[in-house]
Design a protein around this ligand. Structure first.
Ligand code: DGY
Length: 321
């Protein structure tokens, strides 16, 4: 069978695919341009896609043989799953393997924003570290504070577990309340969004991007937050109205933010990069060698399953087939 791999994956993983199928690979560290994607997909039975590829009905229409889209990422908002289902195309993602790396990075953002790590580092490099002083370069304490987790899925829970080491109290909101025993284990209290926003010292977003979560955090929600609070986003950029966030940071309506994702990635909303109360990372939540390798292996396994006609292990739209 024929498959297209749109990301520059390690040779060892590509060899797994080559052993059984004919594959075409994007060998560059940039997303495959749309025209190239359309051109290459035409005769393919399978696609191993990156989260930066837009897999919509127009694209699937061009690939009459396509039977599986294996996304290399847990998020799949880049894929029109309903259209794929309509066309009988399986869609898979890579859950689980990136939970810890993403939770670690979330904590890096919390600490970096609260303790002004990036600003401090830049100061030292610029030769501006002249002496220790008692009230110079103060940040906010993390230990013992209230952490609001919005979206208590696998990553949200992993963040909660890390927070217990910082003696933090956890308020959470999710579409589905977790069991009482899990709430006890995570030391997490269920609350509505408004309560979390108005009480938490750190609000961390871990929802998937859907029509319901787009701009979940907008001007009104930022208004609820305390002027000492921080917003952390390692989920998807469009969950936050970035223009409203820039305004809230600029006017010090909130103390700061830590972002790994952007509304119009990789572009930044005007003014965001000029602010020093925000930490900006280039979508690296899962970017450890171990995790990205595990994600690529899992995506390859899903692709192989699909090409063999076996229900793929992480199928998102196989129920009822
Ligand atoms: C994901 O898996 O959805 C991440 O955002 C990509 O690393």
């Amino acid at each position: 069978m024929k498959a297209l791999v749109t990301g520059n994956l390690p040779e060892k993983i590509l060899a797994m695919l080559r052993a059984e199928h004919e594959i075409v690979v994007n060998k560059y560290d940039r997303p495959m341009p749309r025209e190239e994607l359309i051109d290459n997909i035409k005769d393919k039975d399978g696609l191993l896609s990156m989260v930066t590829d837009r897999i919509d009905d127009e694209l699937m229409e061009k690939a009459p043989n396509l039977r599986i889209v294996a996304n290399c990422g847990v998020g799949y908002d880049n894929i029109d799953v309903a259209a794929a289902t309509e066309r009988g195309i399986w869609v898979t993602n890579t859950p689980g393997v990136l939970t810890d790396a993403t939770a670690d990075l979330t904590f890096a953002l919390i600490l970096a924003a609260a303790r002004r790590i990036i600003e401090g580092e830049a100061r030292v490099r610029a030769g501006k570290f002249k002496s220790w002083a008692p009230f110079l370069f103060l940040g906010a304490q993390v230990t013992g504070k209230i952490l609001g987790i919005i979206g208590l899925g696998q990553i949200g829970k992993a963040v909660a577990r890390r927070a217990s080491g910082f003696n933090m109290r956890i308020l959470y909101h999710d579409r589905n309340r977790v069991s009482e025993s899990e709430e006890r284990e995570l030391n997490a209290t269920y609350a509505d969004l408004k309560t979390i926003l108005s009480e938490a010292d750190f609000v961390s977003l871990h929802v998937t991007l859907t029509d319901q979560t787009r701009h979940l955090i907008s001007a009104r929600e930022l208004d609820y937050m305390k002027p000492t609070a921080y917003l952390i986003n390692a989920s998807r950029g469009p969950v936050v109205d970035e223009k409203a966030l820039v305004e809230a940071l600029r006017t010090k309506k909130i103390a700061g933010a830590g972002l790994d994702v952007y509304e119009n990635e990789p572009a930044l909303t005007a003014g965001l990069a000029d602010l020093d109360n925000v930490v900006l990372l280039p979508h690296v939540g899962s970017a450890t060698l171990e995790t990205r390798t595990a994600m690529a292996v899992l995506a390859a396994e899903n692709l192989l399953d699909g090409l063999q006609g076996i229900t793929p292990r992480n199928c998102l739209n196989c129920v009822g087939r």
